[in-house]
Write a protein of this length. Structure first.
Length: 118
């Protein structure tokens, strides 16, 4: 149960005006804080150049992170940073992540995560 749900439950089940007013105020504060956090996250994602570059590098076919990383040029671009942006894209519903089988340089087949546009 979240803090907001707890205050909502207390406000609905108690009749003391002071307690109800306090709970309603806390709910309003929590809602305001959550809205501000979403706004900051959206603004941060929009200004993240690597996030946009990773989104542009995605195709309609499943590909591992290292292939996607090889299409992105720039300083400080690493497989780990691209992977973090891919996770954000999957959470936002822009990309899809599935298991794929790839063959490495030694000819061995291994399973890894592949990403593509949703």
């Amino acid at each position: 149960m979240t803090k907001r749900e707890m205050f909502d439950y207390i406000a609905k089940n108690l009749t003391e005006d002071e307690v109800v007013a306090f709970c309603e105020n806390e709910i309003a504060l929590i809602d305001r804080k959550n809205a501000k956090a979403k706004e900051r996250a959206a603004k941060k994602a929009a200004s993240d150049e690597l996030y946009l570059a990773v989104q542009e590098a995605l195709s309609d076919e499943l590909e591992p992170r290292d292939v996607i990383t090889s299409r992105i040029s720039g300083e400080g671009v690493s497989v780990a940073k691209v992977g973090a942006r891919l996770t954000k894209l999957v959470e936002a519903g822009i990309a899809v992540k599935e298991d794929i089988k790839v063959t490495d340089a030694e000819g061995k087949t291994k399973t890894c995560k592949g990403y593509k546009l949703a």
